[in-house]
Design a protein around this ligand. Structure first.
Ligand SMILES: C[S@@+](CC[C@H](N)C(=O)[O-])C[C@H]1O[C@@H](n2cnc3c(N)ncnc32)[C@H](O)[C@@H]1O
Length: 272
């Protein structure tokens, strides 16, 4: 399988409620009543996929992910084997391998890691059963201070060239990008964006909650490249200081605005 950034289910589980919210908001717009097959692309450590199984108890539910550690954690969440957990890279994954047409394909907080996704969505949608649903959510925060400061700090590090290259993932599309693409293949589309104002660590127990958040997601390519110790500290220390200034503690906690882009498509005629 091709290389993707490594994932740590424990780190990602921090701020679980905040990370679950967009999945719930996405799922709320999917009107499938009694689907036979539901697929979660980039299922991670599984709690969201388990929600799909709860919502549609009669459905076959498949979770696909490229991370062995995330899938191992997902299997622990699912001792009865309710979900089929599948190790695959979305860049190579073929929906035909499911053996039947899916009624719902959902993907949340994943496609930002798959720069090729604009070319993948169309075949996924074309694999849907008649009347099937495609639902996606991606962070739209690449220009937010959390990410802009990451790129700026990378340039000051002695391995700046490598770090900059590792962080050079093309930004995701706008809601209109996904709306147009999905409408072109014959779907009825609802696309929108939301900026959540997360209140991190209201108890004041963490030194730098935004650093904790990004360490489990956007900062992973940097953490993976830099060796623990002096090399990593030379990035993390100035970055943490810049984050603390950009996201100061308030009496309510650390306020962390987070923009996300959503699209839900009902594909009227099956093979559209
Ligand atoms: C931020 S987590 C999202 C997990 C879950 N969908 C959620 O909403 O909480 C992103 C997941 O995408 C997976 N991922 C990233 N690139 C991938 C790829 N090319 N193929 C399959 N999975 C990938 C990662 O392994 C990780 O588990």
């Amino acid at each position: 399988m091709r290389e993707t950034p490594s994932w740590d289910p424990r780190g990602y589980g921090r701020y679980a409620d905040e990370r679950a919210r967009p999945f719930g908001d996405l799922l709320a717009q999917v009107g499938a009543e009694d689907p036979r097959l539901v697929v979660d692309l980039g299922c991670g450590h599984g709690p969201m996929t388990m929600l799909l199984a709860q919502r549609w108890p009669r459905a076959r539910v498949v979770g696909v992910d490229a991370s062995e550690s995330m899938l191992a954690a997902a299997q622990e969440l699912d001792p009865d084997g309710r979900v089929e957990w599948l190790l695959a890279d979305l860049r190579d994954w073929d929906p035909v391998s499911l053996g039947e047409a899916p009624d719902v394909v959902i993907t949340s907080s994943t496609l930002q890691w798959v720069p090729e996704h604009l070319n993948l969505i169309e075949p996924w949608v074309q694999s849907l059963a008649p009347g099937g649903w495609f639902a996606m959510q991606v962070p739209g925060n690449f220009d937010a201070p959390s990410h802009a400061l990451m790129r700026a700090t990378a340039q000051t590090h002695r391995r700046g060239g490598e770090l900059t290259a590792a962080l050079d993932v093309p930004a995701v599309g706008e809601p209109a990008t996904y709306l147009r693409m999905l409408a072109r293949v014959g779907c009825r589309v609802d696309a929108w964006e939301t900026t959540y104002l997360h209140v991190l660590d209201p108890e004041g127990q963490e030194e730098n909650p935004v650093l904790t958040w990004v360490s489990a997601t956007g900062l992973r390519p940097v953490l993976e490249l830099l060796e623990e110790g002096e090399e990593r500290d030379a990035f993390v220390q100035p970055y943490a200081a810049a984050l603390a200034e950009a996201y100061p503690r308030t009496p309510d906690g650390v306020l962390f605005p987070f923009r996300r882009v959503f699209a839900v498509a009902r594909c009227v005629g099956g093979s559209v």
